[in-house]
Every structure is written in C-alpha cells, then in structure tokens.
Design a protein around this ligand. Sequence first.
Ligand code: NAI
Ligand code: MG
Length: 354
Amino acid sequence: MPKVAVLPGDGIGQEIVPEAIRVLQAVLTDSSLRLEFKEYPVGGAAIDRAGRALPAETLAACQEADAVLLGAVGGPKWDTLPAPERPETAALLGLRKALGLYANIRPVRMLPALADASALKREVVQNTDLVVLRELTGGLYFGEKGRKQNPPAAYDLMIYTEEEVERIVRLAFETARLRRKKLCSVDKANVLETSRFWREVTLRVAAAYPEVELTHMYVDNAAMQLVRDPEQFDVLVTENMFGDILTDLASMLSGSIGMMASASLNGKKGLYEPAHGSAPDIAGKNLANPLATILSGALMLRYSFAREKEAQAIEQAVSKVLDAGYRTGDLAKPGDKVLGTKEMGDAVLAALNS
Ligand code: NAI
Ligand code: MG
C-alpha cells in the first residue's frame, strides 16, 4: 500500500492537517487507491521531543514514503535558536534537499466567491486559474558564489544543465496537457545565455506535446502581465529566482494565504503543504482555515498518485462550500456563515458527498 508520511508540525499545523486527512480518506472510499497515513514529529515539536527539528526517523520515513503531507513549522518559542537549528531551516530546507525536490508548483485559482478579497480589482482577477512551476534546485541560488579583491566584488553564477531544464519543462507540459493546454515559458533570453539554452531545451521537449500551445515571455513582461491580465495564463514555467519572485507575486492575486496550496516534486514523489506558516497568533483555537492544506491534499492525488478525478472532486467540494457562503474567520465578511477549522472540514466532507 502506498505510504504518506504525515508531518503536522507546529501551531495550526496540528489542526489543519487532520482535516486534510479526513477529506483524503473520504474521497478515496470508493477508489481502488488505498493510502497508509502515518504521523511523524517535525519542527519545534520535534525539537522539544527529540532535540532536532528533523529527527532521523522522520527523515527516513519521508524518504521511504510515496508522498509527504506537511502542516507548518516554527513559532516564537524556537526563534532564538541559531539559524541552522531552527525549525524552518533544519526541517523545511533539510527535507527539500534530502528528497531532491526540484519542482515547486503553486496553483493560483480565484474562486468567484472570493474575488473581492484580492488585492486587485474583481474584473481583473475573477477568472484567474493558473499554475506556476518554479525550478527549485538550480540556477543562481546554487551556482558557484564568491568574493574577489582589488577591487572588492562578489559573484553568483547562474548555471543550468540540460537535464535540470528538461525535467521541469516536461512536468510543465504534462500539467498543461491536463488543463487548458497553454504553456508560457518565462525567461530573459534577450540577455541571458542560460535563458537562450532554456528556450532551446523547451522547444525540443515541445515536439512531444503538439497539443499544447507554447509561448515564451520575458520575465519583466511576465511580472507586468500577471498583474494586468492574469486570466491570459494557464501554466507558467520558469527558473529558480524568476519563479521565487513570480510565485509570491501570483499568490497575491487570490484572496487569502489560507487558500494557497503547494507541491514540491521529485518525479512522482512530492511534499505537499500550504503556503502559509504556523500562525501562532490563532493556534489552538479552532480558527485556522484548513482549505490550503485540503487543496494540497488534492495536489497530492494529482501529482503523486495520478488521481485527477479525485483531485478535482476535492477542488470542486471546496468551491461549493465557498459558493454556499461558508468562510473561516480569515475570509469572512459581514453576512458570511463563519466556521471553525473542524466545521470547515465537515462542510467540505458534506460537499464531497452531495
Ligand atoms: P503565517 O503564515 O504563519 O501567518 C501570517 C498571518 O496569516 C497571521 O496573521 C496568521 O494568523 C494568518 N494565517 C496564516 N495561515 C492561516 C490560516 N490557515 N488560516 C487563517 N489565518 C492564517 O506567517 P508568520 O506569522 O510570518 O509566521 C509564523 C511562523 O510560521 C514563523 O515561525 C514562521 O517562521 C513560520 N513559517 C513557516 C512556514 C512553513 O512551515 N512552510 C512558512 C512561513 C512561515
Ligand atoms: Mg519567496
């Protein structure tokens, strides 16, 4: 039976992850896929219990598992630890590195019910439904870096291998194929040699996907277009630093941080987590929005287990609940029906079965 390592972590992680598991179990009741969920300590909770944010047992379980579902880590209690020992660095970066997660996927979907919660106007964002794929292990952040003297200077080298470009671009084509079949590759090919190389590799991969319409866009223009007219995009793929900036920009198109799911993949193996943190200010009060984690569970079914139908069933159940006017506190406006964390989980379960 395929295994899912479950890492609730700290703060609201302890409240939102159980809701995602309940929804996953419910959507799989009538399916041939059976998943074994097993919980492991991570983050501050693991520091308190085992002295380390990423205990060896947890890491081994994640390496052995087919997928990892993570809540969030960190909190004021551990902020005074030296950086390498802190939950965010030791656990999150440690896991990404150990699992070789090279693709970060962030869907940005504006649910009509939430269009007024965006930083942009309703008319601009109301039909936004895009996915950004960011390369996660190459480029400027991992190239050779150093200092020079006379005159004092510093450098970071941008380097990409063919294999690194090919695997993320292929995943982007696969993603586009299951959606509206439009892929926009974002680069800076007018000035960067790595970008010209990125384009060559992308064009070669494109030959295997004639049904997907491929376009190229310079990153500065892409930043402008995401704000001007986000509805033009279906799937975007880009290198590490461009993606770092564009994913944060794109995340502000949709309503709340409590809605943002993410996947980090190495082939079929993936780590799935909400984009937000452990929200110590509301932890333990049944106030957290579990939808980003529930939607991360849908991404797990899509990317690690190729269950598109079940993934969409979860996404549709979430839309239904919001369309019916149910909100957690972070999304609520006067007149909305305000639910706690558990009750929002119940509402999604009810919508799944309706
Ligand atoms: P945060 O995302 O935890 O919270 C920011 C604000 O958004 C808070 O007001 C919080 O109440 C609210 N919020 C976040 N998620 C919510 C949800 N699901 N429902 C309702 N409201 C929600 O970011 P912050 O405050 O900067 O960090 C808190 C802790 O989390 C820190 O220790 C930080 O290092 C850690 N962190 C962990 C991440 C991870 O595990 N991937 C990512 C970001 C932060
Ligand atoms: Mg960032």
